[in-house]
Design a protein around this ligand. Structure first.
Ligand code: ATP
Ligand code: MG
Length: 139
C-alpha cells in the first residue's frame, strides 16, 4: 500500500456539537496523521466549487446551504492507504447504512448532515487538498 494524503472535512453538524477532538482521535488511533488543518466558514462560491461534481444532483442547493451554515474543520490526513482507510472510518453516506462504530453511524444526524467528508479516490484527493491548502501548507 502507498503513503497517501486525503482531504477530510468535519461538517457544520460535527463542529457545532463539539466533535472535533473525538473525530481526530479516531483518525489518529487508526494510524492516520493530521498533516494540515484549518477551521473556516465556507463561502457559497467555495462550497459550490468544492461540490461542483454534484451540481446536477437534486440535493445540490440544500447541500451548499448546509455546508455554509457554520464553521467546518478541513484537514489533510496522511498514512498508508489513507483514502480508503478514511472512507472506512467514516462509514456509508447514509448513517442508517453505516457500519457500527463508524463516525457516521455514531454521530451523523442525517444523510445530508453526515458529520464528515472524505475524498473518494486519488484524483479527488489531489484536487480537494489543493482546493483548500496552498503548497506551503502542504509541505
Ligand atoms: P462526502 O463526499 O461528503 O465524503 P460521500 O462521498 O459519502 O460523502 P456523495 O455522494 O459524494 O457522498 O455526496 C456528497 C454529500 O452530499 C454527502 O456526504 C451528503 O452530505 C450529501 N448527500 C448525498 N446524498 C444525499 C441525499 N440523497 N440527500 C441529501 N444529501 C445528500
Ligand atoms: Mg463524495
Amino acid at each position: 500500500m502507498a503513503l497517501e494524503r486525503t482531504l477530510s472535512i468535519i461538517k457544520p453538524d460535527g463542529v457545532k456539537r463539539n466533535l472535533i477532538g473525538k473525530i481526530f482521535t479516531r483518525f489518529e488511533e487508526s494510524g492516520l496523521k493530521v498533516a494540515a488543518v484549518k477551521r473556516v466558514t465556507l463561502t457559497r462560491a467555495q462550497a459550490e466549487g468544492f461540490y461542483a461534481v454534484h451540481r446536477e444532483r437534486p440535493f445540490f442547493a440544500s447541500l451548499v446551504e448546509y455546508m455554509t451554515s457554520g464553521p467546518v474543520v478541513i484537514s489533510v490526513l496522511e498514512g498508508e492507504g489513507a483514502i480508503a482507510k478514511n472512507r472506512e472510518i467514516m462509514g456509508a453516506t447514509d448513517p442508517k447504512k453505516a457500519a457500527p462504530g463508524t463516525i457516521r453511524a455514531l454521530f451523523a444526524e442525517s444523510i445530508e448532515a453526515n458529520t464528515v467528508h472524505g475524498s473518494d479516490a486519488p484524483e479527488t484527493a489531489a484536487f480537494e487538498t489543493r482546493y483548500f491548502f496552498n503548497a506551503f501548507e502542504l509541505l
